[in-house]
Every structure is written in C-alpha cells, then in structure tokens.
Design a protein around this ligand. Sequence first.
Ligand SMILES: Cc1cc2nc3c(=O)[nH]c(=O)nc-3n(C[C@H](O)[C@H](O)[C@H](O)COP(=O)(O)OP(=O)(O)OC[C@H]3O[C@@H](n4cnc5c(N)ncnc54)[C@H](O)[C@@H]3O)c2cc1C
Length: 507
Amino acid sequence: MHDVIVAGAGPVGLFTANELALAGCSVLVLERDQDPHPPLKELPLGLRGLNAGSAETFYRRGLLQAAMKASGADPQKVGAEPEAVEAPDPRELSHFAGMTLDAADVDTAVLPYRLPSPAMEGFMTSLDAVTTVLAEQASALGVEIVRDAPVTAVGQDDESVVVTAGGQQYRAQYLVGCDGGRSAVRQLAGFDFVGTDPLFTGYVAKVTFADPDRLPMGFNLTETGMFLRTPLEGHLGMMDFDGGTFDRSKPLTREHLQSVLRRVSGTDVTLDEVHLASGFTDRAMQVTTYRNGRVLLAGDAAHIHSPLGGQGLNLGIGDAMNLGWKLAATLHGTAPEGLLDTYTTERHPIGAAILDWSRAQVATMDPGPNAPALRRLVHDLLRTTDGTTHVYRRTSGLFHHYDLGESHPLVGSSGPDFCFEDGTRLGELLQTGHGVVLDFTADQALRPTAQQWQGRIQYATGPVRNSLGFTALLVRPDGVVAWAREHVPPPAEFENAAARWFGAMNR
Ligand SMILES: Cc1cc2nc3c(=O)[nH]c(=O)nc-3n(C[C@H](O)[C@H](O)[C@H](O)COP(=O)(O)OP(=O)(O)OC[C@H]3O[C@@H](n4cnc5c(N)ncnc54)[C@H](O)[C@@H]3O)c2cc1C
C-alpha cells in the first residue's frame, strides 16, 4: 500500500507527487493517457505562461533553471545574478481583458517586503515543458507513475482509499485528484462543484492561414468576440460568445474554426490547414471544499475558469505547494490538529478570487451593449498608478495572502528571499522541503529552541544582507511566513509558532 495515490500526471499531479516524495512519502501516480507528450501540450500556454509566483515556487524546489531552459527562455535570464536587478521592481506585467499595463506604473512603495531573487518574473512555457521537468524530478525522487490507467472508481473508509484504474485496484492512505477540469475523482468522491455558466466558447489552434495579412496581430476585440494572433507563426486564439454551447466532444474541423474566425474577425479570412486545435469555455466552477475524508483535490480538478489572464496553472501549482507538506506531516503523524484542513481554508479563497478575476474580464469583453462602457472605465483605471499596482498584486502571484490570525502584514505571505552574507538564500534553504527559522538576533537567541524541531525545521543564522528590520521569522515549507518579529523575541513565542505549524517538539 502506498502513502498517497495521485490521479493525473499533469503539472499539478506531478508537482503534488514530488512534494510528497520530497517529504519521504511513497507515491503512486495514475495517469489516464499513455503518451506523456501529446502534441497539444506543446502549444504555448496562453500569453503569460507561469507568473512570478510560480517561478518563485520552482526556485524554492531547485527547478527554476531547468523549467526556464525547457521552456526556451532567454539563456541570459536563466540563473541571472538577482542583485543585478533593481530590487523589488516588477519586470513583467499582465493584461486585463487584453488591456496591457506598464510595469513602470507600479508603485513599489506599497510592496515593502520584496528582495531581489532569481524569481522576479514569470516566463512563457508550455504544459509539455513543465511536465517534462517535473517528470524528471519525480523519477529522481522515486515516484512511481503508471500510464494508461484512467481512474474509474474510488472508495474510502476510515483507514484507506481504494482506487480502480485501468482495470486494477490500488490502495493508499490518501488520494489526491489532480485529474483536470473534468475530474473523475471529483465526481466519484462526491464533491460539490458550484459556479457560473459560460458565455463563450474559446479556441486555441495552430493553423496555416491562406491570407495572414488580413488579420492584425495582437489581442483584437470585436463586436462579436475576440481573436488573438501572437508572433508565433500560425498561433490563433478566439472567443466566440455563443453561450458556451458548442459541443466540445466534436472534432474541431477546419470549416468550423474558419467560420468562427470569420464571424469574430468580420473578415473572409481563409484557413488552409488546422494542425492542432483545442476548445474551452469560461465556465467558472469550484468545489466547496478541497477535502472529503481521505480524498483531496488540487488544480483544475478543484477549480475551472477561463484562461483569460493565464492563472489556472499558477493556481494549481500553488495548491500543490500548499498541500504537499501538510499531507506529508499528517502521514508522518507530526501534524498538529487540523493542519490538513487549513489546505481548504487557505486555498479556497485564493481560488475564488481568481474565478472572480476571470469573470470580471469576461464581463468587460462581452459583446453586449454595456461592456464597452465598462471597458472604457477599466481602461481609465488601468492608466492610474493604483490601478496598475492593483493588477500587479492580483496577477503576479507574489502577493497571495493567507489569514493566519497574526497581525504582522508579512505573516501569511510569501517570504522575501533573504540572503546571508555568505550568499545563501532563503529560496535555497527551502529546497529541502523543510520549514526554516531565520534567526537574525546577535546572540542566536532561538538556536536551542529551534533544535527541538530538527528534521522538520532548519535553523539558519548569521549576518544577512538586508533583514528588512526583522529579527526572526519562521517560514513554512511552502515559503509562507508563519511568524515574524522585529524585536528580539522570547523563545517561548517562537516555540508556540513552531508547535502551531510543525506539531509537538522532538522529545
Ligand atoms: C488556452 C489555454 C491557455 C492557458 N494559459 C495558461 C497560462 O498562461 N497560465 C496558466 O497558469 N494557466 C493557463 N491555462 C490553464 C492551465 O492549462 C491549466 O490550469 C493546467 O493545465 C491545470 O493543470 P492540472 O494538472 O490541474 O490539469 P491538467 O493539465 O488537465 O492535467 C490533468 C491530468 O490528469 C489526467 N487525467 C484526466 N482524467 C484522468 C483520470 N480519470 N484518471 C487519471 N488521469 C486522468 C490527464 O490526462 C492529465 O494528464 C491555460 C489553459 C488553456 C485552455
């Protein structure tokens, strides 16, 4: 029997499996598809790929350089010296409903806790690049992957879960469903999935145009929908406000795509050939809880929404990073009471906010009579510093905040990449998958107490390049600050924080 079965070897399933294996759990991944490299996965992920928050997550597991290389990133950016970068300045910005923003308009004064890091910005990628890097890590960590094994039945009792896949039965202590937007695990384990119906059918395709000059490049909003052309040859995106009624189980023919393109572009453009195509909608749904007994969900299995603004994978990677260490601690018997349920309480609101973000974009793009007025209003707001800064906060993935019941604004947020004088960074310390206590006090006040959590929390001390005024911080394995002090703290304060997140001390 394995500790955990993960359903789905997509990016979120592999990331989750690797987190668990890094923490010493035995993991079996059951994947529906035989081929790990289907051609559709090679299409670039929208306009944005992974955001800075996901880049930071990959960095904290030692995967950033490999992921950037696999994604074809500019080699000069791979492993660039972070101190060469103007500290907290954002270097990439998203768009809102196709309205782009200028990074120079972000007010960095409202973002006081950023330090230079190798992960200051996101990068364009594809599902294939991400899953290839994660599958290599899975193999190094001893994760077992069975392909051609679609999950078709799930049962659970007080002790274990039983999963049927590819005609075989598998047993484990927990099951994590990472099997995508049409998740079988979600249905079989009886999760409630609620939200809003779609307004459009969207398409991404790689095509050959007979007359490419008829279609302008970029994001083109029209009276009937939207079409997008990127500099990548033959890449096309479209939104057709048909109420999401197109039957996506049908093959996407050249004739259908051409007729949609003609309608949304208002041209008589011709498609010579369709090489690859996939459809989606803006249906926005989320499970009401991410855990049902011994079954948990992560990624698109837990939430779906339109890809506008490119947030889905980022959200799923965040789920995996949040869940892995908590489930591992639960399996090892070290987790404090209720730790596993904080997965839902922390991640559900982040997912709900992203669903709303995508709904708001659809509302401003709707071809109805009121959307143009809304669009003009949003456009004006985006030309202000506050507006641009707000979008940066919402889309960069660096500023998600969990309410951990502590008043310091950094607690519940991603830890700044503190760098010791010897060059060791917080992000590198986190690569072990353990928590980290950063003790910047002159006499190493927390050392004896921190040693009581050896094996779960690493102790790091020494002169630091920029402490941002902190004397001590406790950082969870997912990089989130659990406790922070700006005065020399009594060790008992640290002890309470450590016990709250890492359980009873070693005796
Ligand atoms: C056009 C488009 C552009 C996008 N652009 C971006 C972007 O720029 N940035 C971003 O962050 N997100 C983007 N997304 C969203 C992103 O692709 C998804 O959120 C992401 O792929 C979700 O990962 P996942 O692992 O949860 O699910 P998936 O990638 O769907 O993986 C699920 C895996 O489970 C397997 N599976 C399915 N059923 C079963 C079963 N019964 N048993 C076992 N295995 C099963 C599947 O074969 C698959 O391998 C985009 C999406 C689209 C459609």
